[in-house]
Design a protein around this ligand. Structure first.
Ligand SMILES: [Zn+2]
Length: 374
């Protein structure tokens, strides 16, 4: 394996800490290692590679027995000083935090005060739109308020993010304002009657996505787009990033940089192809990296073989507990190091090129794309 342990990571897509990360129940802890609905896979999670690796690795870092009870007990007394040491040792330099999930989480300012790395905001557009529904504005005004919120967010956040893949899919198209308006009025009627604010109406979501693209074009902020696997809410067929082609071929959005999240796994080959032919497409490696562990080496090798290394970016998609950022960073470096070692051995690249690529993927590409302070 190529040793990349001295290289810092920018975690390009992850989530906030729990409000009290030292206090977590056994069930909630198990749920952190599955994308299944809460409490539905408790019996099976201990039999996954992700959980096994995490438990073994956490136990060795904490110096305790490799059992859930052992780890939970030991970490309760660790304190932020211990977590700061872990993140420092794993060279976690920056976290780009999608604040759209979970609803109850530690505020970013508090995270800044307890963690040793820099913290940047990623602003989720659908959560923003849902927050505006209760005002029951006329549709035009609602869309204007949404655009204003995105513009304000773009001033402080490093990127916008969309989870439209989870709601109506990535086959985003143009709708007549009347169609979006009709969908909007139905939603407002539902919310006003005490129903769910969860937006799933395609004409409205596609319209909001178009507004987000406009704000990204105006402000130069990249747009992170969920693609590929996730929790069972996702219709995987509709989260194939190839469905974004009409947007990529539309001259209006030529300058907007889109980050396809999660390696788009299992559509990693599609993501590699897209990064190779559309200048606007970048690929984030989060979720796939900690989840697949050593299994990430194969898709990483395909990505590195086809896509420019200037467009691949490390990410974890973890959150909740500080030590998970450290675990994922070390595993991500290891998988990348193994993949690069294989490419060196097959004569694809030199050792020094591989080191350079390691630096690009782990931190440099993200620093450039998101304009992070140096
Ligand atoms: Zn995420």
């Amino acid at each position: 394996m190529l040793d990349l342990s001295d290289l810092p990571v920018v975690d390009g897509h992850c989530h906030p800490l729990l409000t009290e990360p030292w206090a977590i129940s056994r069930e909630r802890f198990l749920d952190l290692f599955t994308e299944a609905r809460p409490r539905t896979m408790t019996a099976h999670v201990p039999h996954t590679g992700y959980f096994r690796r995490a438990l073994r690795d956490l136990a060795s870092r904490l110096g305790c027995e490799a059992t859930v009870e052992g780890v939970l007990e030991r970490r309760r007394s660790l304190g932020f000083e211990g977590w700061r040491r872990m993140l420092g040792a794993s060279r976690v330099a920056a976290l780009l935090i999608d604040t759209g999930y979970p609803a109850e989480a530690m505020p970013l300012d508090e995270m800044r005060s307890v963690l040793p790395c820099s913290i940047h905001e990623v602003f989720r557009i659908e959560t923003c739109a849902q927050g505006l529904l209760a005002r029951a504005l006329p549709c035009e005004e609602f869309l204007g308020a949404f655009q204003d919120e995105l513009r304000a967010a773009a001033r402080r956040a490093v990127a916008l993010k969309s989870i439209i893949a989870y709601r109506s899919g990535l086959a985003i198209r143009r709708w007549e304002p009347a169609e979006a308006g009709r969908a909007y009025r139905e939603v407002v009627a539902r919310v006003t009657a005490g129903g769910s604010a969860r937006l799933a109406e395609k004409p409205l979501l596609d319209t909001l996505f178009g507004i987000a693209l406009e704000v990204c074009r105006e402000t130069g902020r990249p747009l992170q787009v969920h693609a590929g696997f996730g929790d069972p809410d996702v219709d995987l067929l509709q989260s194939n990033p190839l469905l974004l082609r009409p947007i990529l071929e539309d001259a209006r959005w030529a300058g907007v940089r889109i980050v396809v999240l999660h390696m788009a796994y299992p559509y990693a080959r599609e993501a590699a192809f897209m990064a190779a032919v559309w200048p606007a497409i970048y690929v984030d490696l989060s979720l796939a990296l900690p989840f697949l562990g050593p299994g990430a080496v194969a898709p990483l090798t395909e990505l590195l073989s086809l896509a420019p290394s200037s467009k691949l970016m490390y990410g974890s998609d973890v959150g909740a507990l500080p030590e998970l950022f450290a675990l994922s960073a070390d595993w991500g470096r290891a998988a990348l190091g193994e993949s690069l070692r294989g490419l060196i051995e097959r004569g694809g690249i030199t050792e020094s090129a591989a080191r350079h690529i390691g630096g690009q993927v782990l931190s440099e590409n993200a620093a450039t794309l998101y304009g992070l302070p140096g």
